[in-house]
Design a protein around this ligand. Structure first.
Ligand code: 13P
Length: 251
Protein backbone atom coordinates (compact mmCIF):
# COMPACT_ATOMS: atom_id res chain seq x y z
CA UNK A 1 0.00 0.00 0.00
CA UNK A 2 3.03 2.30 0.38
CA UNK A 3 4.70 3.02 -2.95
CA UNK A 4 8.43 2.25 -2.82
CA UNK A 5 10.85 5.17 -3.01
CA UNK A 6 14.44 4.75 -4.15
CA UNK A 7 16.51 7.82 -3.32
CA UNK A 8 20.10 8.56 -4.30
CA UNK A 9 22.28 10.74 -2.08
CA UNK A 10 25.19 11.80 -4.25
CA UNK A 11 26.94 13.50 -1.29
CA UNK A 12 29.88 15.68 -2.46
CA UNK A 13 30.28 13.91 -5.80
CA UNK A 14 29.71 14.82 -9.47
CA UNK A 15 30.36 18.15 -11.13
CA UNK A 16 27.43 19.60 -13.02
CA UNK A 17 28.53 18.03 -16.33
CA UNK A 18 29.13 14.64 -14.69
CA UNK A 19 25.70 14.89 -13.07
CA UNK A 20 24.03 15.66 -16.39
CA UNK A 21 25.57 12.63 -18.04
CA UNK A 22 24.48 10.34 -15.17
CA UNK A 23 20.95 11.75 -15.18
CA UNK A 24 20.62 11.28 -18.96
CA UNK A 25 21.23 7.55 -18.42
CA UNK A 26 18.78 7.41 -15.51
CA UNK A 27 16.06 9.14 -17.56
CA UNK A 28 16.41 6.44 -20.23
CA UNK A 29 16.41 3.70 -17.61
CA UNK A 30 13.25 4.72 -15.77
CA UNK A 31 11.19 5.76 -18.80
CA UNK A 32 8.18 3.51 -18.30
CA UNK A 33 8.45 3.23 -14.53
CA UNK A 34 5.26 3.89 -12.57
CA UNK A 35 5.38 1.49 -9.63
CA UNK A 36 8.38 3.04 -7.86
CA UNK A 37 9.22 6.66 -7.05
CA UNK A 38 12.80 7.70 -7.78
CA UNK A 39 14.54 10.65 -6.14
CA UNK A 40 18.06 11.95 -6.70
CA UNK A 41 19.82 14.40 -4.40
CA UNK A 42 22.83 15.98 -6.15
CA UNK A 43 24.94 18.85 -4.84
CA UNK A 44 23.34 22.33 -4.87
CA UNK A 45 25.46 23.39 -7.86
CA UNK A 46 23.66 20.95 -10.19
CA UNK A 47 20.07 21.50 -9.04
CA UNK A 48 19.15 24.21 -11.52
CA UNK A 49 20.37 22.36 -14.62
CA UNK A 50 19.07 18.98 -13.49
CA UNK A 51 15.69 20.51 -12.73
CA UNK A 52 15.50 21.58 -16.39
CA UNK A 53 16.71 18.19 -17.62
CA UNK A 54 14.09 16.33 -15.54
CA UNK A 55 11.14 18.44 -16.56
CA UNK A 56 9.30 15.64 -18.35
CA UNK A 57 10.78 12.74 -16.37
CA UNK A 58 9.22 11.08 -13.29
CA UNK A 59 12.57 11.37 -11.44
CA UNK A 60 12.26 13.67 -8.43
CA UNK A 61 14.96 16.07 -7.32
CA UNK A 62 16.12 16.79 -3.77
CA UNK A 63 18.73 18.85 -1.94
CA UNK A 64 21.16 17.45 0.66
CA UNK A 65 20.82 20.24 3.21
CA UNK A 66 19.24 23.65 3.85
CA UNK A 67 19.75 26.43 6.36
CA UNK A 68 17.46 26.67 9.37
CA UNK A 69 17.19 30.42 8.64
CA UNK A 70 14.80 32.00 6.18
CA UNK A 71 17.23 34.59 4.76
CA UNK A 72 19.88 37.06 5.85
CA UNK A 73 23.56 37.37 6.68
CA UNK A 74 24.52 33.68 6.72
CA UNK A 75 27.48 33.44 4.36
CA UNK A 76 27.62 30.20 2.41
CA UNK A 77 24.16 29.01 3.37
CA UNK A 78 21.19 28.08 1.14
CA UNK A 79 17.64 28.67 2.36
CA UNK A 80 14.68 26.34 1.94
CA UNK A 81 12.95 28.86 -0.34
CA UNK A 82 16.03 28.93 -2.60
CA UNK A 83 16.23 25.13 -2.82
CA UNK A 84 12.47 24.81 -3.27
CA UNK A 85 12.69 26.63 -6.61
CA UNK A 86 14.46 23.57 -8.00
CA UNK A 87 13.51 20.57 -5.91
CA UNK A 88 10.78 18.91 -3.88
CA UNK A 89 12.76 17.03 -1.21
CA UNK A 90 15.64 17.69 1.16
CA UNK A 91 17.78 15.24 3.14
CA UNK A 92 18.05 16.36 6.78
CA UNK A 93 19.80 14.90 9.80
CA UNK A 94 22.21 12.79 7.76
CA UNK A 95 24.79 11.18 10.04
CA UNK A 96 27.61 12.89 8.13
CA UNK A 97 26.12 16.29 8.97
CA UNK A 98 25.62 15.21 12.57
CA UNK A 99 29.22 13.95 12.83
CA UNK A 100 31.22 16.45 10.72
CA UNK A 101 29.17 19.64 11.09
CA UNK A 102 27.91 19.23 14.63
CA UNK A 103 24.23 19.12 13.72
CA UNK A 104 22.13 18.42 16.79
CA UNK A 105 18.57 17.15 16.98
CA UNK A 106 17.53 20.70 17.94
CA UNK A 107 19.09 22.18 14.80
CA UNK A 108 17.64 19.39 12.66
CA UNK A 109 14.22 20.19 14.15
CA UNK A 110 14.56 23.82 13.00
CA UNK A 111 15.57 22.64 9.53
CA UNK A 112 12.62 20.22 9.31
CA UNK A 113 10.30 23.12 10.13
CA UNK A 114 12.02 25.40 7.61
CA UNK A 115 11.66 22.74 4.91
CA UNK A 116 7.97 22.14 5.59
CA UNK A 117 7.28 25.88 5.68
CA UNK A 118 8.85 26.19 2.22
CA UNK A 119 6.72 23.31 0.91
CA UNK A 120 9.62 20.83 0.76
CA UNK A 121 9.45 17.19 1.85
CA UNK A 122 12.13 16.36 4.44
CA UNK A 123 13.89 13.00 4.20
CA UNK A 124 14.80 12.78 7.87
CA UNK A 125 17.71 10.45 8.63
CA UNK A 126 18.14 8.65 11.94
CA UNK A 127 20.43 5.84 13.01
CA UNK A 128 22.63 4.51 15.76
CA UNK A 129 26.42 4.25 16.03
CA UNK A 130 28.07 0.83 16.33
CA UNK A 131 28.74 1.22 20.09
CA UNK A 132 25.11 2.14 20.67
CA UNK A 133 23.95 -0.95 18.83
CA UNK A 134 26.42 -3.21 20.65
CA UNK A 135 25.34 -1.92 24.03
CA UNK A 136 21.68 -2.55 23.19
CA UNK A 137 20.87 1.16 22.92
CA UNK A 138 19.84 1.40 19.26
CA UNK A 139 16.09 1.58 19.88
CA UNK A 140 16.33 4.39 22.41
CA UNK A 141 18.80 6.40 20.27
CA UNK A 142 16.54 6.18 17.22
CA UNK A 143 13.35 6.98 19.15
CA UNK A 144 15.16 9.93 20.77
CA UNK A 145 16.35 11.30 17.42
CA UNK A 146 12.82 11.08 16.03
CA UNK A 147 11.18 12.68 19.06
CA UNK A 148 13.65 15.56 19.26
CA UNK A 149 13.99 16.09 15.52
CA UNK A 150 10.23 16.15 15.05
CA UNK A 151 9.21 17.95 18.23
CA UNK A 152 6.32 20.32 17.61
CA UNK A 153 6.12 19.33 13.94
CA UNK A 154 2.57 19.04 12.65
CA UNK A 155 2.21 16.51 9.83
CA UNK A 156 -1.27 16.55 8.31
CA UNK A 157 -0.32 14.26 5.40
CA UNK A 158 2.05 11.24 5.44
CA UNK A 159 3.33 12.17 1.96
CA UNK A 160 4.91 15.35 3.32
CA UNK A 161 7.76 13.49 5.07
CA UNK A 162 10.03 10.50 4.51
CA UNK A 163 12.09 8.80 7.22
CA UNK A 164 15.39 7.11 6.41
CA UNK A 165 16.86 4.63 8.89
CA UNK A 166 20.61 4.62 8.31
CA UNK A 167 22.71 2.82 10.93
CA UNK A 168 25.93 4.85 11.01
CA UNK A 169 28.16 1.77 10.96
CA UNK A 170 26.53 0.57 7.72
CA UNK A 171 27.15 3.78 5.76
CA UNK A 172 29.89 3.44 3.15
CA UNK A 173 31.31 0.43 5.00
CA UNK A 174 30.05 -2.42 2.82
CA UNK A 175 28.45 -3.82 5.99
CA UNK A 176 24.72 -3.55 5.54
CA UNK A 177 22.32 -4.24 8.39
CA UNK A 178 20.34 -7.47 8.17
CA UNK A 179 17.07 -6.94 6.33
CA UNK A 180 15.13 -8.79 9.01
CA UNK A 181 16.60 -6.75 11.89
CA UNK A 182 15.88 -3.58 9.95
CA UNK A 183 12.27 -4.59 9.31
CA UNK A 184 11.84 -5.40 13.01
CA UNK A 185 13.35 -2.09 14.06
CA UNK A 186 11.16 -0.08 11.72
CA UNK A 187 8.02 -1.98 12.76
CA UNK A 188 8.93 -2.16 16.44
CA UNK A 189 10.51 1.24 17.10
CA UNK A 190 10.20 3.76 14.27
CA UNK A 191 6.51 3.35 13.36
CA UNK A 192 5.40 3.23 17.02
CA UNK A 193 7.40 6.41 17.75
CA UNK A 194 5.80 8.16 14.77
CA UNK A 195 2.41 6.88 15.93
CA UNK A 196 3.04 8.55 19.29
CA UNK A 197 3.72 11.83 17.50
CA UNK A 198 1.10 11.80 14.76
CA UNK A 199 -1.23 8.85 15.34
CA UNK A 200 -1.55 5.36 13.93
CA UNK A 201 -2.87 6.23 10.46
CA UNK A 202 0.01 8.57 9.59
CA UNK A 203 2.55 6.15 11.06
CA UNK A 204 1.26 3.33 8.85
CA UNK A 205 1.24 5.45 5.71
CA UNK A 206 4.54 7.32 5.96
CA UNK A 207 7.42 5.88 3.93
CA UNK A 208 10.44 4.58 5.83
CA UNK A 209 13.60 3.78 3.88
CA UNK A 210 16.72 1.83 4.77
CA UNK A 211 20.16 3.26 3.97
CA UNK A 212 23.67 1.86 4.40
CA UNK A 213 25.69 -0.05 1.77
CA UNK A 214 22.68 -0.87 -0.40
CA UNK A 215 23.68 -2.31 -3.78
CA UNK A 216 21.94 -4.21 -6.59
CA UNK A 217 22.96 -7.50 -4.96
CA UNK A 218 21.48 -6.94 -1.49
CA UNK A 219 18.60 -4.57 -2.28
CA UNK A 220 15.96 -7.22 -2.87
CA UNK A 221 16.36 -8.60 0.65
CA UNK A 222 15.40 -5.23 2.09
CA UNK A 223 12.50 -4.71 -0.26
CA UNK A 224 10.92 -8.04 0.61
CA UNK A 225 10.49 -6.81 4.20
CA UNK A 226 7.00 -5.33 4.40
CA UNK A 227 8.08 -2.54 6.77
CA UNK A 228 10.84 -1.24 4.46
CA UNK A 229 9.54 1.11 1.77
CA UNK A 230 12.69 1.63 -0.26
CA UNK A 231 16.29 2.76 0.09
CA UNK A 232 18.47 5.81 0.52
CA UNK A 233 21.51 4.92 -1.55
CA UNK A 234 24.92 6.59 -1.36
CA UNK A 235 27.83 5.08 -3.31
CA UNK A 236 25.71 2.91 -5.60
CA UNK A 237 23.67 5.94 -6.72
CA UNK A 238 26.75 7.36 -8.48
CA UNK A 239 26.63 4.74 -11.24
CA UNK A 240 23.61 4.49 -13.55
CA UNK A 241 23.92 0.70 -13.80
CA UNK A 242 24.01 0.22 -10.03
CA UNK A 243 21.25 2.71 -9.25
CA UNK A 244 18.99 1.34 -12.00
CA UNK A 245 19.78 -2.17 -10.75
CA UNK A 246 18.51 -1.22 -7.29
CA UNK A 247 15.40 0.43 -8.75
CA UNK A 248 14.70 -2.73 -10.72
CA UNK A 249 14.78 -4.79 -7.51
CA UNK A 250 12.05 -2.54 -6.09
CA UNK A 251 9.67 -2.98 -9.01
P1 13P B 1 26.22 4.19 1.17
O1 13P B 1 25.11 3.64 0.32
O2 13P B 1 27.40 4.63 0.37
O3 13P B 1 26.55 3.29 2.31
O4 13P B 1 25.65 5.55 1.82
C1 13P B 1 24.41 5.53 2.45
C2 13P B 1 24.03 6.92 2.77
O5 13P B 1 24.64 7.57 3.60
C3 13P B 1 22.90 7.49 2.04
O6 13P B 1 22.49 8.69 2.61
Amino acid sequence: MRKPLIAGNWKMNKTESEGISLVRKLIQGVKSLTTVDVLICPPFTSLSQLNKLLVSSPILLGAQNISEHKSGAFTGEISADMAAEFCTHVILGHSERRAFYGETDELINLKVTAALNAGMIPVLCVGEQLEERESGGAASVIAGQLQAGLEGVHLPDPDLMVIAYEPVWAIGSGLSASAEDTGDLIGGVIRPTLSGLWGEIISQKIRILYGGSVNPGNARGFFTQSEIDGALVGGASLSADNFLGIIEQAT
